[in-house]
Structures are given as structure tokens and as C-alpha cells.
Design a protein around this ligand. Structure first.
Ligand SMILES: NC(=O)c1ccc[n+]([C@@H]2O[C@H](COP(=O)([O-])OP(=O)(O)OC[C@H]3O[C@@H](n4cnc5c(N)ncnc54)[C@H](O)[C@@H]3O)[C@@H](O)[C@H]2O)c1
Ligand SMILES: O=C(O)CC[C@@H](O)C(=O)O
Length: 528
């Protein structure tokens, strides 16, 4: 089997390339290309490892015909069109912790630099002045730091600020009272935070809710003399308003590591403003953080490409490398069951339920759900896989339920898939023979044991003598060889089900002739 191919398209610590190679991937490091150059190249790669320079746009994703995974060596993934990547079935991963300490330290460094105007004092001193009387700083001890966002980085900033003997208040809609107590911070609303904070540090992602969170109105109503630090994302602070309020003195200082547009224009209005300092998106730029994120992204991506393990994916549930091989036969079973109901159920499907019992109940439900949906929707799309199937299902308004039963059933492991159709609910179930051989064990209420593979024919007929001979003769006369033959029936003399595998696709006219055989109620060729 050929090795998966990975492209590292942004400057990254060399440990990333080393890990990819050690873990069984071929790797190219080609940085600084134009979007057109990247689009021309990307088709040959299974994985793309990036930092923030590469913009993974729909045009790049359309050209990425083999791409399976994008790994961001860092936290923010605003340079990746995740919905589009999900639609294409590409997993997007980040490394959520590798640079958190470094970024938190940068925020603290900028806060201290603002408090003592270090950059300006440094520049003037080195320019030959001795401007001792021009600078009068403030202590941070005893002052209030307002954290907007108390996730990974915000929490670390809180602990460092408490070490500096500051009081910390935090605004984060997802911060629980218990967690606030654990962090030693006071949970407040945003207006209270801005009315009380001497320093504000931003640590949220940029979303529709956080864009412009420090708006002109909020800045105008903030405590006079407030100082602002943003090491999170440009776009959180209204830059024009910040300029006006620094000029008026209402805001005593501001430090930005990130800008709405990066790099900012050379004549950005904030440049040259007294008490404004900035760094060129250096939050994550320490040796330690860059080694961490490079190692992590390469480990995660190689694990996915080589073993199927999923860690820190933003558009797919996690799956450990230990669990991935155990899940593999279940995924095949789940995909086949989804495909079977998809091929057999008529009309508009409105809901689907995926039940797991026995050993299957102990496995992660989301990957199994993704595999069932991928099987179900294969008929509608050639590019569907377990990453994009849940999104496609949602788009189609399909109500998807996963149920895990504690009960013991007739099989020691079982997956049942039931779809709601215009004719009522239709259900199929399957198990594993041994530890890894998927088998269908029930189809629409009829017990049967069959492997679902290759070209198959499903027939519902009256349970009466002579039928098996008739279908065997028909297929034989048409030169079609039967591979496997499986029978099931509800009651003797009632409705029977025949599922057989054949060595080639069954032509339409043979299907038609099968429909015309005596006692036949329904015929459907199936493909797995
Ligand atoms: N400057 C840099 O180089 C650099 C480096 C690393 C991370 N970052 C950025 O820092 C930010 C924070 O990273 P993190 O690892 O702490 O992320 P995180 O996901 O751990 O924390 C983000 C927090 O923001 C909170 N939040 C979400 N919406 C909010 C809202 N409307 N109001 C208030 N809080 C809200 C969340 O509940 C969460 O607790 C991200 O944007 C990341 O991209 C920047
Ligand atoms: O890669 C970088 O230098 C920036 C990383 C940072 O913005 C992040 O979100 O992790």
C-alpha cells in the first residue's frame, strides 16, 4: 500500500516533518506559495498541515481531490472554511493546548508593557533621550483584570494574574460558577466587567457573537483609564473606536497582537498613537509552543491517515487509535446497513434511528452514526463519507437518533437501523461473526443471515415450493453465477425473503423477468 502524502504549506518546526516520516507518511515542505500554486499542487496530497498563512478556501478544497485531513498547528482555524471542508468530507483538526501557556504569557507581557509603557520608554532611551520624567506607570498589584473568555488561555492568564496579586473578573457565557470558583475568578456580565476592570484581556474565538465585542458603545461606557489587551483575534475590538478613545484618554492604553486585517496597512490609524503598542501576531511564537504544536499536529494527522484515529477534530467526533481498529468492522457493518435501508426504503426518508446493543453499546456512537449515514446517502452523492454525511443528513432535514441499549439480546453485539418512510418504519439489523465479519441478521422483520457484499439481488416472494428452482433457472439461463444464497421467512407459507449474491451486475431485463416469476412480490438489485 502506498504511503499517505502530506504537504506542510506554512513555516513549521522541523519536528513536524520528522514525525510524519517516522509515522509512515511521505511529506513535502513547500511554503509561501500563492493560492493558485497551492491549488495546482494540492490534488496529490492526503493531508495538509498549516499554521495561519495558508488560507484553505473553497477553491483550494475543490482542487484537493485526495485530501482527507487538514491539521492546524495552533488553535484558531479561521483560515479554514470548515463547513466547506466538512461538505467535502475532509477532517479538520487543531492543536488546542500546545500554545496556550505561551499565548497567555504574551498577554501578561503586553499588560505589563502597557502598565509601564516599556516599548515607548525603550525606543526613546535608545534614541539618545533620557526621558525619565515623561513616564509614570501604574502597578498591577491590587488592580482588576477583566477576562473576556475564560477557556484554555483565559484560565492560564487568570492564574498568572492572581499570582501578580490582581483581582480577576471574567465574562464567559460558558463559565460555570463551580469553574469560576476553581479558577479563583468572579463571574460577571460584560457590562459589569467593563465598568470594573482596570485591564481587559480578550480570549475568545472570533464568532458572530464575539465580532466587535468591544464596540464603540462598550468602550465609551467602560471604566475611564481602562487598558486593553487583545491576543486572541482581530475583529474583537472596534479599531477605529479604539483610536478615538485612546486619543481622548478615555482608554489609557491598548496592546494588540492581532488585527482585523493582517498584516495591517502601513498607515493603520492606530500606529503612532501614544500608549498604543502592538506585535505582529506573536502570541504563539515561542520555541516551546512551536515544537508542541508541530509535534501534536503531525502525530494527530499521521494517526488519522495511518490508523484512523481521530483527535481534536473540529468536524468529527474523537476516536482513539486503540478504539479505531476495534470499530473498523462495526463501521463496515454500519455502512452496509445504512446502504441497505437506503436502497430498499422507498420515498422520502424523514427519520433514522441507530440502535446499539450488546458489545456495540460499549462503543462510541458517533462514528457508527456517521458510517450508517454515509451508507444511506451514498446513493445521493459520490463524495459522501462519514465526515460529511451527518452534515448532509442535517441539510436534508433527516431526524437522526442514536440509541444505546443496556439489554442483552439474542446476539452478543447488534446494530439496528430503522428508517421512517411513507409506508411506516423499516428496520434492518446486523452483527459481527467472530470479531470482525459483518453479517445481516434481520431485514424488515424477517430473520436471515447474509454477508452484504458486491452485487446482490433481494427478492420478496410467496413461500411456496418450486420458487428457488425458478429463480436459479432464470439466472442460469442468463449466464449469471450465484455466489451465495440466503433465505428467510416470517411464517411457513407466508412471505419469504431471498438474498443472493452474484458475480456480476444483474441486467435490467433479468430483473424484469424475475419480477414476472410466479409468486414474486418484489425484486431489487443491490450494490455494496
Ligand atoms: N495571538 C495568538 O497567536 C494566539 C495563539 C493562540 C490562540 N489564539 C486565539 O485565542 C483565542 C482563545 O483561545 P483558547 O485556546 O483559550 O480557546 P478556548 O476555546 O479554550 O476558549 C475560548 C473561550 O471563549 C468563550 N466564549 C465563546 N464565546 C464567547 C462570548 N460571546 N463571550 C465571552 N466568551 C465567549 C468560550 O466559552 C471559551 O471558554 C482563540 O481565538 C485563538 O484562536 C491566539
Ligand atoms: O501559528 C501562529 O503563529 C498563530 C497561532 C494562533 O493564532 C492560534 O490560533 O493558535
Amino acid at each position: 500500500m502506498s504511503k499517505p502524502k502530506v504537504l506542510i504549506s506554512d513555516k513549521m518546526d522541523p519536528n513536524a516533518a520528522r514525525i510524519f516520516e517516522e509515522r509512515g507518511c511521505d511529506v513535502d515542505v513547500i511554503t509561501g506559495e500563492t493560492p493558485e500554486e497551492l491549488a495546482a499542487r494540492i490534488g496529490e496530497y492526503d493531508g495538509l498541515a498549516i499554521r495561519s498563512s495558508t488560507k484553505v478556501t473553497p477553491a483550494i478544497l475543490d482542487a484537493a481531490t485526495n485530501l482527507k485531513v487538514i491539521g492546524r498547528a495552533g488553535i484558531g482555524v479561521d483560515n479554514v472554511d470548515i463547513p466547506y471542508a466538512s461538505g467535502k468530507g475532509v477532517v479538520v483538526m487543531n492543536t488546542p493546548f500546545g500554545n496556550s501557556i505561551t499565548t497567555a504569557e504574551h498577554a501578561i507581557a503586553l499588560m505589563m508593557a502597557l502598565a509601564r509603557q516599556i516599548p515607548e520608554a525603550n525606543a526613546r532611551t535608545q534614541a539618545g533621550e533620557w526621558p525619565k520624567s515623561a513616564f509614570m506607570g501604574v502597578e498591577v498589584t491590587g488592580k482588576t483584570l477583566g477576562l473576556v473568555g475564560a477557556g484554555n488561555i483565559g484560565s492560564i492568564v487568570a492564574s498568572r494574574a492572581l499570582g501578580l496579586r490582581m483581582k480577576v473578573v471574567a465574562y464567559d457565557p460558558f463559565l460555570t460558577e463551580d469553574r469560576a470558583v476553581e479558577l479563583g475568578v468572579e463571574k460577571v456580565d460584560l457590562d459589569t466587567l467593563l465598568s470594573r476592570a482596570d485591564f481587559v484581556s480578550l480570549h475568545t474565538p472570533l464568532t458572530d457573537q464575539t465580532r466587535n465585542i468591544l464596540s464603540r458603545e462598550r468602550l465609551e461606557n467602560a471604566k475611564p483609564g481602562i487598558r486593553i489587551v487583545n491576543c486572541a483575534r482581530g475583529g474583537l475590538v472596534d479599531e477605529a473606536a479604539l483610536k478615538d478613545l485612546l486619543d481622548s484618554g478615555h482608554v489609557a492604553g491598548a496592546a494588540l497582537d492581532v488585527f482585523e486585517t493582517e498584516p495591517p496597512a502601513k498607515d493603520h490609524p492606530l500606529f503612532g498613537t501614544p500608549n498604543f503598542i502592538c506585535t505582529p501576531h506573536l502570541g504563539a511564537s515561542t520555541t516551546e509552543a512551536q515544537v508542541n504544536v508541530a509535534l501534536q499536529v503531525a502525530e494527530q494527522m499521521a494517526d488519522f491517515l495511518v490508523n484512523g484515529g481521530v483527535t481534536n477534530a473540529l468536524n468529527m467526533p474523537s476516536l482513539s487509535a486503540e478504539e479505531a481498529p476495534k470499530l473498523k468492522p462495526y463501521m463496515k457493518l454500519a455502512e452496509n446497513l445504512g446502504s441497505l435501508v437506503g436502497q430498499l426504503a422507498h420515498g422520502n426518508l424523514t427519520k433514522i434511528s441507530i440502535e446499539r446493543e450488546g458489545a456495540a453499546a460499549g462503543l462510541s456512537g458517533k462514528p457508527i452514526e456517521g458510517a450508517v449515514l454515509a451508507g444511506l446517502m451514498k446513493q445521493y452523492s459520490d463524495t459522501v463519507n462519514m465526515v460529511n454525511a451527518p452534515f448532509l443528513a442535517k441539510e436534508r432535514g433527516l431526524d437522526v437518533r442514536s440509541v444505546r441499549h443496556e439489554r442483552e439480546g439474542a446476539y452478543n453485539t447488534l446494530i439496528r437501523v430503522t428508517v421512517g418512510t411513507e409506508q411506516g418504519d423499516r428496520s434492518v439489523a446486523g452483527t459481527l461473526f467472530g470479531s470482525d465479519a459483518p453479517r445481516l441478521v434481520e431485514i424488515f422483520g424477517v430473520g436471515i443471515e447474509a454477508e452484504l457484499a458486491g452485487h446482490m439481488l433481494y427478492i420478496v416472494n410467496e413461500d411456496a415450493p418450486g420458487f428457488i428452482g425458478r429463480i436459479g433457472t432464470l439466472l442460469g439461463q442468463n449466464g449469471i453465477n450465484i455466489g451465495t444464497f440466503h433465505l428467510g421467512r416470517r411464517d411457513a407459507g407466508g412471505e419469504a425473503v431471498l438474498l443472493l449474491s452474484v458475480d456480476q451486475p444483474i441486467p435490467q431485463d433479468v430483473v424484469k423477468q424475475a419480477c414476472d416469476l410466479e409468486g414474486v412480490k418484489f425484486v431489487k438489485p443491490l450494490e455494496f
